[in-house]
Design a binder for this molecule. Structure first.
Ligand SMILES: [Zn+2]
Length: 408
């Protein structure tokens, strides 16, 4: 039995006036997703525990049967393996954005979507001036997304860091890292100091001089956030006895996959946007299924469309996922399989940000009797045989569905 898990990031939504008060999933032409629902069983599943912030870090850990309350230690440590960064058990790893500060206020979390080429020069200059090998290390990532590793840095969970995308228009001094306990006071000051010292280094850097002349936003401050230690997770092989692989354009997903012991498959042209290489991902999934029991394919594009509040684009990303990726996998697979389709969390058009509502899912397997659900969407899934799943994880449901029930 082969297992296929398809996640359309942020695909679920609320009814949208522009779409005749229907959701993008209800409006999209998606015969393949609908066929999984019609030939299998559906339900709604809660992927974000009440006490956590909705996001793909939390939701994807949930989907893969890793309790996010334990394993979601921060964006930094979860993304680091995708960049080949090695963390010791006592190291704290932060995402370290290059951001724009204007008159003491955070005005852009991405420094005007600065390019990797420019941004990596800036972080290298910061590392040269402020880094100390074995203690404070900066590493370049994609675009504005870099990393800061503090070696042997106790209790990163005792320091509050504000994600820069949640602090636009807020004064820098109001959202500097701060300690939750006196125990971490000194350490919070290290982060504050690094931020303050980066100002002078970045302001005069040739990259910023050129950007200023071109009227572009400056990358004039570093912003560490999402810090934590690496999670110590049992692999999917240890948990379920299955060899697995993951296909995604997104560092966070590849990082979680690395900790979960999955084979990380990079596909040329996989961008995380609506121009992604859907066919390439499908072909890579079919190839990976030859040597793996389970393949997880993640598509970021619907989430991006949700953040842009673009309903038509969101419908298109769902239709592309259905036709160009899912349909191609279903046509190409020759062995018996169980397959699940779902979003990790909703990214509603109305708000342009993640929500914590339970998401619809459908699972098809030779051992599951159709439950009468005809289509795959938020409303059809409500009456599916699984009902509302609050205390189980999607991957466990999928694996259980792929096993023949022995008569008791
Ligand atoms: Zn998102």
């Amino acid at each position: 039995m082969k297992f296929i898990l398809i996640v359309g990031d942020g695909m679920a939504d609320y009814p949208v006036p522009e779409l005749g008060n229907k959701t993008p999933l209800q409006v999209a032409y998606k015969p393949n997703m609908d066929s999984i629902a019609a030939q299998g069983q559906s339900g709604l599943i809660k992927t974000v525990p009440d006490e956590l912030t909705p996001g793909s870090d939390v939701a994807i850990c949930s989907v893969l049967d890793y309790d996010p309350r334990i394993y979601c230690t921060g964006r930094g440590p979860l993304e680091a393996p995708a960049r080949g960064l090695e963390l010791g058990v006592n190291d704290a790893c932060y995402r370290c954005n290059i951001i724009t500060e204007q008159n003491g206020v955070i005005s852009d979390y991405s420094a005007g979507h600065i390019t990797t080429e420019e941004s990596s020069q800036l972080i290298a200059a910061v590392d040269q001036a402020l880094g100390k090998k074995g203690q404070i290390e900066f590493y370049p990532g994609l675009d504005y997304r870099h990393f800061l590793i503090l070696r042997n840095f106790p209790n990163p969970e005792l320091i509050v860091c504000t994600p820069p995308h949640d602090a636009i228009g807020v004064s820098v001094s109001a959202v500097l890292p701060r300690a939750k306990s006196p125990l971490a006071q000194d350490i919070a000051l290290v982060l504050v100091d690094l931020i303050n010292c980066s100002r002078g280094i970045l302001r005069s850097h040739p990259v910023n001089i050129t950007r200023e002349k071109a009227g572009k936003r400056l990358g004039n401050l570093i912003w560490p956030w999402g810090g934590g230690k690496k999670p110590s997770m049992p692999t999917l092989k240890e948990k379920f006895g299955l060899n697995s692989a993951v296909i995604s354009a997104v560092d966070l997903i590849k990082g979680i996959g690395t900790y979960a012991g999955m084979e990380i498959i990079n596909v040329v042209g996989a961008t995380g946007l609506d121009n992604t290489n859907y066919e390439g991902k499908a072909d890579a999934a079919l190839k990976a299924l030859v040597r793996n029991d389970l393949v997880f394919v993640h598509v970021e594009a619907p989430d991006e469309a949700g953040h842009c509040k673009d309903a038509r684009l969101k419908v298109k990303t769902i239709e592309d996922l259905d036709k160009r990726l899912l349909g191609r996998i279903l046509r190409g697979i020759s062995e018996p399989y169980a397959i699940a389709i779902l979003p990790d969390h909703p990214t509603p058009i109305k708000t342009g940000t993640h929500s914590r509502d339970p998401v619809p899912f459908a699972i098809k397997s030779p051992f599951l009797k159709p439950d009468g659900t005809k289509r795959f969407d938020e409303f059809s899934a409500k009456s599916g045989a699984f009902g509302l799943v609050e205390n189980d994880y999607l991957i466990s449901l999928l694996i259980a569905a792929g096993k023949e029930k022995k008569p008791s």
